[in-house]
Design a protein around this ligand. Structure first.
Ligand SMILES: [Zn+2]
Length: 362
């Protein structure tokens, strides 16, 4: 039977004296109605929650919880939990990403999918940095699709994620990585990780130097795709006391088309970019499944890093199907010809001792 005495007894059961004092002060203030959520432990260890609405009589000048005369009626309400710890646990086993804060630099197809799935895994805050505009040509390989065409990608993603997920804080900066850092748009000392998915080697080299100098030990994961679904890569860098960086993949011969991790051979008969008839803009062919695959690879490796299961810088790759790539007239690299086992055995063995950023003399 729902009565004022029942509610008061429950409310003050197993409560500390200081909290009783706090509640008593609160209910001295008049109020027309009040919502109370009560919980109890079940034999299986789960928490059962239920809620009540208490209403005061018309023209009453007291809080409905004050005493039995100040409470006119009590209504039971059903309760649905939407807090992050409950919602995330329902979709994922316990993971090291929950509650973490991160920055995503580059919010195209790969960065968009990474951001979306990091939120699903329960990160509490993401800062998105990208200077690009969402264009119609990319709607079938970007998580946003058609919405927001012509607007800054980060602004559209912020609205999309904030509407879809109530428990994440999204910050958006429509700027290049260089400008965002120059203008101190993100406080990297407060975050747990950075994912770089710019697909731009020059920007990635700048970021490599920046994080090594200013934030050593902060996990920075680079994520990118080879063309035509040939594969994708996740470079884990900047871990504490570990050598090997993005620049190591280029060495002296900075060839901004391919690097040492690439599954595409460095010497190719033509550029990878393609033109669609009647369309002025060139694009590098890859599909949404390729972008999702490398996003998945990146998140799984980030999860390992934050769980302390990966403590050494590493290059981890996913091998795709070479058919479309070879049919277009291109050649795969020797690294592509390595077996999955060989790739795994060599994943920590990529540091260049002559690297101008992390080599022996620097
Ligand atoms: Zn290096």
């Amino acid at each position: 039977m729902l009565s004022h005495t029942f509610v008061q007894d429950w409310l003050f059961k197993d409560v500390t004296p200081s909290l009783i004092e706090e509640i008593q002060q609160y209910i001295r203030r008049p109020k027309r109605n009040e919502y109370v959520v009560l919980s109890t432990n079940q034999p299986d260890g789960n928490l059962a929650c239920f809620a009540l609405e208490l209403r005061s009589p018309a023209h009453a000048d007291k809080h409905p919880l004050f005493d039995s005369r100040s409470c006119k009626s009590i209504f039971p309400l059903s309760v649905k939990r939407v807090d992050a710890s409950f919602l995330v646990a329902r979709g994922n086993v316990v993971n090291s990403l929950f509650g973490k804060q991160g920055v995503i630099i580059g919010c195209g197809s790969v960065g968009g999918f990474i951001s979306e799935d990091l939120i699903r895994m329960g990160v509490s805050s993401l800062t998105l940095i990208d200077h690009d505009i969402l264009s119609s040509e990319n709607i079938h390989r970007h998580c946003i699709g058609w919405r927001g065409i012509g607007l800054p990608k980060v602004e559209v993603l912020k609205v999309h994620f904030s509407n879809a997920f109530p428990n994440v804080q999204i910050n958006a900066f429509s700027a290049t990585a260089f400008d965002a850092i120059q203008n101190q748009k993100a406080d990297f000392s407060l975050v747990d990780f950075v994912v770089v998915a710019t697909g731009n080697p020059a920007a990635n080299c700048f970021l490599t130097q920046y994080f090594r100098d200013k934030h050593p030990g902060l996990p920075v994961l680079f994520s990118w795709l080879d063309p035509y679904g040939l594969g994708g890569h996740c470079l884990i860098t900047n871990l504490k006391n570990s050598r090997g960086c993005y620049f190591c993949l280029y060495g002296d011969d900075v060839h901004f088309g391919c690097n040492r991790a690439s599954f595409a051979h460095m010497n190719q008969p033509k550029h990878f970019s393609k033109f669609i008839s009647g369309c002025n803009s060139a694009f590098v062919p890859y599909g949404c499944l390729d972008a999702r695959q490398v996003a998945n690879l990146t998140i799984r490796n980030l999860e390992k890093v934050l769980a302390g299961k990966e403590t050494i810088n590493a290059i981890v790759s996913w091998k795709g199907d070479p058919e479309a790539f070879e049919q277009a007239g291109f050649q795969v690299s020797n690294r592509y010809k390595q077996s999955e086992m060989e790739l795994m055995d060599l994943q920590h063995n990529f540091a260049d001792e002559n690297c101008p950023i992390c080599g022996n003399n620097f």
